[in-house]
Design a protein around this ligand. Structure first.
Ligand code: ZN
Length: 423
């Protein structure tokens, strides 16, 4: 496979996934093409060895796995589907000074400043009363730019470049029009109707704003990929490509979960029951389950902070990953990352086998450290785990930057991992 083709698929995936719902739909479609069979959690399962399956929960989390004839342990690849954004409130319409605005609530730890002066659209899920009188849900995307959060001009805030702070309740309400009123429900029903769905009444919604600027390259030699949601859709994409490249007898499991950015304690999150429930249905009884977990290996993939040339001092200089320097192994003494010497060694050996480099990230000892789905999954399942990720700048901004050479390197390393070590 060539890198330009691999990255073209990545850009397409980023653009086609404005919300976790869209990401999971995209991943499902890629698995369908490769012969994975869709399961429903609310049905009885009769799994057959030599086949491949996937299952979703809440439409925002997905688990895919192969079922070899002799299953000893899985190579598991983990990532998260959600990214920080502005979520639309249940009763969103605000009328102010001739403007129509939609009230929002920040989701996750987003950088608020970059959301100003962007061409925003709306996507997510709506639940409605369908023409047959039953409740139904649909994933929607307005696609066109509909809204903007204009900055306050510098003439009206002389200190803007020194100490402008942002109030998330009052300062970032997107403007969606000029009118005396807006019937939000009718706006949604009209959109559904324009797209061929007859709905009588809007019951509820999970909608968010997103930036309509497309993912792309920057750099004289296209060194960088820039897009919204690189954290952590880049890992979802790499892991999906791995799943689509392996055979039925290669014991693999991929888990892409929602709600990592808000602590994972949800039905569809890493601290929820989804992964354990699926694994218990694959195994027969506690003995089988425990053996499988102790023989499995989880690679928790989430973005790593690359060193920023304007702000190098926020990194430990010996553990400052470079963009396009290869995948990053993340280590934290206080176990905010689940890596240990044995799991790190396994990843390093796979990288050596693939002829690829690795880098390390340890946060400065006088600074806090983020976390991932790695520690919570390792703790609840008892599975040996390494935390790794691709170096990224501007993490949690509306537009992030990653190296155009790094994603495919990770893909090639992950392909080298097998249930009994590297081949
Ligand atoms: Zn992340």
């Amino acid at each position: 496979m060539i890198e330009s083709e691999f990255n073209a698929g990545l850009l397409d995936f980023l653009d086609g996934s404005p919300t976790p719902l869209h990401a999971v739909k995209r991943i499902s479609e890629a698995l369908d093409i490769k012969g994975f069979q869709r399961l429903d959690e609310s049905d009885s399962w009769s799994l057959e060895a030599g086949r491949k399956y996937y299952v979703t929960r809440n439409g925002t989390s997905i688990i895919a796995f192969t079922l070899p004839h002799f299953l000893e342990g899985f190579v598991m690849l983990g990532a998260h589907t959600d990214s920080p954004n502005l979520k639309i409130k249940p009763n969103p319409v605000v009328i102010s000074n001739g403007f129509v605005q939609l009230g929002v609530e920040p989701y996750g730890g987003l950088l608020l400043n970059p959301w100003f002066d962007r061409d925003l659209s709306i996507a997510g899920r709506v639940t409605f009363l369908a023409s047959d009188g039953e409740a139904a849900s649909e994933i929607i995307d307005f696609v066109e730019p509909l809204a903007m959060i204009p900055s306050l001009a510098i003439h009206l805030d002389k200190d803007a470049n020194k100490n402008r702070s942002i109030n998330p309740q009052t300062d970032i309400i997107p403007i969606i029009g000029c009118a005396e009123e807006l019937d939000f429900e009718q706006m949604i029903l009209d959109h559904l109707s324009d797209n061929g769905t007859d709905a009588q009444k809007l019951l509820s919604h999970d909608l968010s704003f997103y930036d309509t600027q497309k993912a792309g390259y920057v750099g004289l030699e296209r060194e960088f990929i820039v897009s919204a949601r690189i954290d952590n859709l880049i890992s979802c994409y790499v892991n999906t490509r791995v799943m689509c490249s392996v055979e039925e007898d290669d014991a693999r499991l991929m888990v892409c979960l929602d709600h990592e950015e808000v602590g994972s304690e949800t039905t569809a999150g890493a601290a929820g029951s989804f992964l354990e429930s699926v694994l218990r249905r694959i195994t027969k009884g506690h003995e089988d389950f425990t053996k499988l977990m102790r023989r499995s290996f989880l690679v928790s993939c989430d973005n790593a902070h690359g060193v920023h040339p304007n702000f190098p001092s926020v990194h430990d200089e010996n553990h400052a990953p470079k963009i396009n320097g290869g995948p990053v192994i993340k280590v934290n003494a206080n176990q905010r990352y689940a890596s240990n010497s044995e799991t790190i060694a396994r990843f390093v050996q796979a990288a050596e086998h693939a002829g690829k480099r690795v880098q390390y990230f340890v946060s400065r000892s006088d600074m806090g450290c983020g976390s991932t789905i790695g520690p919570v999954t390792a703790a609840s399942l008892g599975v040996d785990t390494v935390d790794i990720g691709l170096p990224t700048l501007a993490m949690h901004s509306i537009r992030e930057l990653a190296g155009s050479g790094d994603a495919m390197e990770l893909y090639e390393i992950l392909l080298q991992l097998h249930e009994k070590g590297i081949r």
